[in-house]
Design a protein around this ligand. Structure first.
Ligand SMILES: Nc1ncnc2c1ncn2[C@@H]1O[C@H](COP(=O)(O)OP(=O)(O)O)[C@@H](O)[C@H]1O
Ligand SMILES: [Mg+2]
Length: 268
């Protein structure tokens, strides 16, 4: 039975879909059997970073309505035999029964090590649907105050939906347009375990456009980072925030303080 993990945030545009696609790919690259599920009803787009848009014939709602078999909904990735993808409907006015969605997700989960659910933005029915189906949650935030406030709200709501404590990924960590807070502040405010940090990276944008997850390429820095997050997830380890380099002299306190900001410590 898989670990069923929803990737959620509250705020849109922080990178949930990009992270679901790449974390799923990275887990598969590390030998795990993975299924990634798009639960963003109406605005589904997980097929794009995975490069699987042309192969969408049926979605999970078709299966629930008896219009197709499960084997027609689960799309195997051609690059990684242990990675599969399930889409949801693009119909905007469709509301899934959370209990039924959860049952189907758990049925699928029997054949995998990891099921990652890409949650929609917001805290309405779509968010609850995705969270209700999951046993664990990954919160994605950028270092932006609005994103952080939404993440904090989501963490509060998840307390009623998921027993295990959520884990944190900070995305676009060094984006000057997003960077209101440093990493230490974010971890202290949200008070959950950090499993990874992804930088603003034009190669990620290019990889999404090409439909080739950057996690496939360990030569790319972001590819390595996604694999490190996957490794942290597998081994239940957290990401270090600070450089462990010893500080030589007290007079370097200022530069040490600077090192708490992104882009200046080893881990971010
Ligand atoms: N680390 C990153 N560096 C650069 N662009 C990113 C990064 N993460 C996500 N993006 C881009 O940001 C946009 C929103 O990402 P997306 O994953 O769709 O967010 P969400 O699913 O939270 O709405 C996409 O165009 C994506 O390519
Ligand atoms: Mg999304």
């Amino acid at each position: 039975m898989a670990r069923v993990i929803c990737v959620t945030s509250g705020k849109g545009g922080v990178g949930k879909t990009t992270i679901t696609a790449n974390l799923g790919t990275a887990l598969a690259c590390l030998g795990q059997k993975v299924c990634v599920i798009d639960a963003d009803y109406g605005l589904r787009n997980l097929d794009i970073p995975l490069g699987l848009s042309s192969r969408l014939n049926y979605d999970i709602s078709d299966f629930m309505a008896g219009r197709c078999g499960l084997h027609q909904v689960i799309i195997p990735d051609k690059r990684l035999s242990n990675l599969s993808f399930v889409s949801c409907t693009a119909s905007a006015d469709h509301h899934e029964d959370p209990g039924l969605f959860r049952d189907v997700v758990h049925y699928i989960a029997h054949n995998y090590d990891y099921v990652l659910i890409d949650s929609p933005a917001g805290i309405e029915s779509g968010f609850r649907n995705a969270s209700y189906a999951a046993d664990e949650a990954i919160i994605v935030t950028t270092p932006n105050r609005t994103a952080l406030q939404d993440a904090d709200r989501v963490i509060g709501l998840l307390g009623d939906l998921i027993d295990s404590p959520p884990q944190l990924i900070v995305n676009m960590s060094d984006d000057p347009a997003e960077r209101d807070l440093n990493l230490e502040d974010i971890v202290n405010i949200l008070n959950i375990g950090l499993i990874g940090v992804i930088r603003m990276d034009v190669d990620i944008i290019r990889s999404v456009a090409r439909g080739i997850p950057i996690a496939l390429d360990p030569e790319q820095e972001s590819g390595r980072r996604f694999r490190q997050i996957a490794q942290n997830l597998i081994t239940n380890e957290q990401e270090r925030i600070f450089s462990e380099k010893p500080q030589k002299k007290r007079k370097h306190l200022f530069s040490f303080t600077k090192g708490l900001w992104w882009g200046q410590s080893n881990s971010v």
